[in-house]
Design a protein around this ligand. Sequence first.
Ligand SMILES: Cc1ncc(COP(=O)(O)O)c(C=O)c1O
Length: 409
Amino acid sequence: MGHTANDMILPNVRFARPLHVGRPNLGDRSRLLCRIEEMLDRVWLSNDGPLVNEFEQRVAEIAGVRNCVAMANATIALEIATRAAGITGEVIIPAYTFVATAHALQWQGITPVFCDIDPVTHNLDPACIERLITPKTSAIIGVHMWGKPCLVEELTTIADRHGLTLMFDAAHGFGCAHAGRPIGGFGLAEVFSFHATKFVNCAEGGAVVTNNDELAAKMRLMRNFGFSGYDNVIYVGTNGKMNELSAAMGLTSLDSMPRIVETNRGNYAAYAVALRDLPGVTLIAYDETQSQNYQYVVLDIEPAQSPLTRDQLVQVLHAHNVLARRYFFPGVHRMEPYRSYYPNADLLLPVTEDVVRRVVVLPTGTAVSPSDVEQIGRIIRWALDNAGDLRKRLPETIPPGGRFDEGWA
Ligand SMILES: Cc1ncc(COP(=O)(O)O)c(C=O)c1O
């Protein structure tokens, strides 16, 4: 007797609405609308407005730095930060990151050089960095993956020893800390993302934070076409400005920051209970002695121990309307144009190659409740208990861009 698709779904547990990873956390609606009303009364929508200024001050304070330069998004913030810092030639970055870390460089004719990561922290492996430094290397950009800090001290030592600039893509790291210091103050500059999917969001937004006043002044020029006052362009620039509407969103989101952390922390704790003692499934831990935003609930699926592959588990979750994600599959080195430029890059990236096949990110945030989490835990437990049947039906792997619903047709 063949199975029907419905036999393969845990009865009564499919979510009626899809649960997305990174569903936006919305702040207090009336506070937001009030800010927007005030903005409309001022008729000041962009260009160094009061809401952007307030947002910059509050972000700088939380990050413990002197300067915050708000931008339209983190990608342009990375472009402007690297350009203002005079970075050229080759820059060492992890291959395990969102593609924007590489694109921000490539877009400017700077060569991203892909470095392997540590299998536990998912952050740059200092030993691999040393092997990739050439006379053309000008910088290292670490990524605080999942808001978990890079090995900042080791990276600083390497950068200093070789005369390289050190920066951080801190897109995930707002509200997190390392050694008692907020992420934001490490290296020459750090870049936050305030995209809709991020812990605190402006719908679209980003910022560079730095204690270097000269760099900050240069970035302020660059984000506004190089204008220094009316009619006076003194520098080549682009349009990287944050607008007042985005700042209104961001400020309202900042007001809710403690509540969002509490919700994320509660969900994380509920996941820890719901996923206890599952074969081959580990919930990635945060350092509880440091501030965290708990925005990412990350599972590591150990192929030798889990009765289902990572991709089979993702297929089961999608069938139950839990839209789990394979971040950051298949690795930036396997995306264009890098795949064509460096067809053998995978040989130097064994840990990245392994991690991109093991990680699943689950929904959290204010749209997800602890009882949703309990239900997701039940689905995963049931799937592993029924792996024999599910394995017969579901492809072991799904290629990049592939569909997760084909085994259910
Ligand atoms: C690690 C990382 N870097 C950069 C970005 C780009 O941010 P944005 O969407 O604000 O341009 C993202 C996510 O969106 C990210 O996850």
